[in-house]
Design a protein around this ligand. Structure first.
Ligand code: ZN
Ligand code: ZN
Length: 201
């Protein structure tokens, strides 16, 4: 009877509680999502016209655009100031994580929590690629392992502004780049088509 109880308990727990590898997978998905989000947001803001957006967004646009002209400014901003634009995004994900946790969806809660927490600091990891904490062995090691954005891959963004927008480690650049290039092709085609219609009309 005791054995039966133990077996039921193991079966129940293995059903209720996902194995450790699932949590590891959730954390990796959260990590990749944070990299994607940082790149996607960067891509949009880089391509907005500060003169055509609401005032609250205008400052953010100007900050992003100014960074292309003076990249080293990112190295000297304070940690809290530096990440200010990403806190709201991070907080939204952390809020969803808390709600999912309360509903018992622990794995999803973990994924959202990792996404939110890491998205909040992607401006800082980006600054590290510009030389913030230069010489710090842990940061250097993480950059060499590809776990944090490295100088070389981010430098490509500063030479060609149409690629490599991601700020955590750049692993999702291939996705964000594809989204950007495809959108740009569609917009150019649309504008060309519209101007033809105006000329013909
Ligand atoms: Zn940029
Ligand atoms: Zn940069």
């Amino acid at each position: 009877m005791l054995h039966y109880g133990v077996l039921v308990s193991i079966a129940k727990n293995s059903y209720d509680e996902p194995p450790f590898t699932h949590y590891l997978g959730g954390a990796v998905v959260g990590y990749l999502s944070a990299d994607f989000l940082s790149g996607f947001i960067h891509m949009i803001i880089d391509n907005l016209d500060p003169e055509k957006v609401p005032l609250w967004l205008k400052t953010i646009c100007n900050d992003f655009h100014a960074h292309h002209k003076k990249p080293l400014g990112a190295v000297y901003d304070s940690f809290w100031y530096q990440n200010r634009e990403m806190y709201l995004v991070g907080d939204a994900f952390l809020g969803v994580s808390v709600a999912l946790g309360l509903m018992g969806y622990d794995l999803s809660a973990l994924t959202f929590a990792v996404t939110g927490a890491l998205t909040s600091v992607t401006n800082w990891t980006h600054a590290c690629a510009h030389g913030r904490l230069k010489g710090n062995k842990i940061i250097t090691l993480l950059q060499r392992c590809g776990l944090l954005l490295d100088k070389e891959s981010h430098h490509i963004h500063h030479t060609k502004l149409d690629r490599n927008f991601c700020g955590l480690n750049g692993s999702m650049n291939f996705v964000v780049n594809r989204i950007f290039w495809t959108s740009r092709t569609v917009v150019r085609w649309w504008k060309k088509d519209s101007s033809k219609e105006i000329n013909n009309g």
